[in-house]
Design a protein around this ligand. Sequence first.
Ligand code: ATP
Length: 245
Amino acid sequence: MKIMFNTASPTAARDRTPRVRITELYAGYPGRPVLHGLSADIPASATTALIGPNGSGKSTLLGVMAGVLEPTSGELRSDGNGPPAFVPQRGAVGDALPLTVRQTVEMGRWGERGPWRRLTRRDRATVEAAMERLGISGLATRQLGELSGGQRQRALIAQGLAQESDLLLLDEPTTGLDPEARDRIAALLGELVADGVTVVQATHDLEAARGADACLLLRDGHLVGQGSPERLLTPSTLAQVWQPA
Ligand SMILES: Nc1ncnc2c1ncn2[C@@H]1O[C@H](COP(=O)(O)OP(=O)(O)OP(=O)(O)O)[C@@H](O)[C@H]1O
């Protein structure tokens, strides 16, 4: 079955030049094809929410966009400078790593500086500013492994921020966060977009998706809808996508 919702719905976000254009993308893991011929535009200087049931391919799509997963075929055209910053799901990052919060965020500078190189004064200022924006400056010397799940999540987002990329990819950034931390992240993402950053986040948080400029709706590795949240996230569409196959 191929259903597609609201394909012909130009929105303010989609009228802009896409930051990333995905064309007929196929990707997956050895012996497990996941994404099946995805074509979509990621609008520049806007937030795009990737939504869909568990296993629909959101993380896989982010992995391809982040360059950590090679597509089987298709094209991903990026209209920007430098590599994206990728913040994986919290569970994908070892909790027992012997790193402080500051060291974790400093790793965000490695792309420019190289691993374990001495950071410049500007690098250190960037790291401090990222921790400040996530409200974790007071945790800077704490070990990552001794933080709560939400605090660790914020440290990982700060690491992504410290990369100063104009394309920020986040895999379920607000999962496990309390409402205040969630609001803080939503406000932060809004500020980043105002600064010209393109944000893509996979999320199960419908409130976050409704706050995005654009949504891509996935099911079983197929893109079944794209457009503004107002047009796409209707009760009937959501019911169809989340109904058991
Ligand atoms: N490393 C892997 N090796 C093999 N298969 C994988 C791997 N990672 C994910 N998959 C499979 O790929 C499919 C898509 O998974 P993916 O993580 O992209 O979905 P998702 O939409 O992000 O799910 P969730 O909402 O649960 O995070 C699933 O069937 C999953 O089992």
